[in-house]
Write a protein that binds this ligand. Structure first.
Ligand code: AQP
Length: 327
């Protein structure tokens, strides 16, 4: 039996190389060895201010990019969260077994809420219980995510264990799977903050669909320091970030990279990072253009996955409803 994997991305902006290196690329690598379920989590994207027509376009773009990056629909199920209404039903049920204190500890909420605590929607606070529902609905064994989502997967484990203890063994308790390289790519304009879809700043990130000239410019302008030698030093955040991107894309070891750049300068490093990024995203862009030329193909993939997943959803929800006394 293959392990079941579930993961998702919010259609909250344009997919960047952080999302790619931290998640999608690893999903593609493991397609053959896993039972794969990948989701566009559109209900998570409404927990902050958003524009409905932009959301609709972002969902289409993200599905197109999933396919273009190599998520072969013959090897995975690929769907949009709101097309399976049981995600929100299960989220409510899990919210009722999740202590407030657990949610209050979530660092992503604290980061996103900032000084607007009185004004943000309650969904931003309860977001992790919806994420737990996404994962537990499919009895997933593994959740491959970037480092920033680790805390939410750990919370999902706690919720599953609490539920199983209270109501009987219903859920598989999932494991987070974090990549060794590329788990936290930082902003090129500010290497002290995580690269984010929703961050402002023209040269913050490289999006997978960025114009290639702009992508090169963003990397050439990346903030570094006044040092000279090219070494993996976490204290030199900008340099460390560029080297991490290079390492993730080339698959070379840190020693090989240090030797390769011996005697070279930051300009050389940036040039090579830009080349590696462009070599990765250029073919993705070409596949994206081909695949999205036929919207009915994408609709077909989404509908087929929803149909494939229906028996798992029904089985889990039946067990949950019975365990909780609703049947
Ligand atoms: N900077 C990053 N480096 C490596 N991995 C990252 N991920 C996100 N940012 C980085 C991983 O990408 C997947 C999708 O993330 P998400 O859409 O669920 O939300 P997020 O983690 O909040 O990502 P963003 O880009 O920062 O989006 P916004 O701005 O909307 O909040 C996850 O596996 C995540 O770990």
């Amino acid at each position: 039996m293959k392990k079941r994997v579930f993961s998702g991305i919010q259609p909250s902006g344009h997919l960047h190389i952080g999302n790619y290196l931290g998640s999608i690329r690893n999903w593609v690598r493991d397609l053959d060895s896993r039972d794969n379920i990948f989701c566009v989590v559109d209900q998570h994207a409404i927990t902050v201010d958003y524009d409905p027509s932009e959301l609709r376009a972002n969902v289409r773009e993200l599905v197109g990019l999933y396919l273009a990056c190599g998520l072969d629909p013959d090897k995975c199920n690929l769907f949009v969260q709101s097309h399976i209404p049981e995600h929100t039903e299960l989220a409510w049920l899990l919210t009722c077994v999740t202590p407030m204190g657990w949610l209050e500890r979530m660092t992503q909420f604290k980061d996103k809420v900032g000084s607007k605590r009185e004004r943000v929607g309650t969904g931003l606070f309860t977001y992790p219980t919806l994420m737990a529902a996404d994962i537990l609905l499919y009895q997933s064994h593994e959740v491959p995510v970037g480092d920033d989502q680790k805390q939410h997967v750990e919370l999902t484990r706690d919720i599953a264990e609490r539920f199983n203890h209270k109501f009987g063994e219903v859920f598989v308790v999932p494991e987070p799977v974090i990549p060794e390289v590329g788990a936290r790519i930082m902003g090129f304009d500010d290497p002290t903050v995580k690269m984010s879809k929703s961050a402002e700043g023209q040269h913050h990130s490289v999006a997978l669909l960025d114009d290639l000239k702009k992508a090169r410019k963003t990397i050439m302008r990346a903030v570094t320091d006044s040092g000279r030698d090219i070494v993996f030093d976490p204290e030199r955040a900008g340099l460390y970030n560029l080297l991490s991107v290079y390492q993730a894309l080339t698959g070379q070891s840190r020693d090989e990279i240090a030797t390769h750049f011996e005697g070279k300068g930051y300009g050389d490093l940036k040039k090579e990072v830009a080349e590696a990024v462009i070599a990765e995203i250029e073919p993705i862009q070409a596949r994206y253009r081909e695949l999205t030329a036929d919207p009915s193909h994408i609709d077909g993939v989404l509908a087929q996955s929803v149909a494939n997943l229906r028996p798992i959803v029904d089985q889990t929800m039946d067990a949950v409803r019975r365990a909780m006394g609703h049947r």
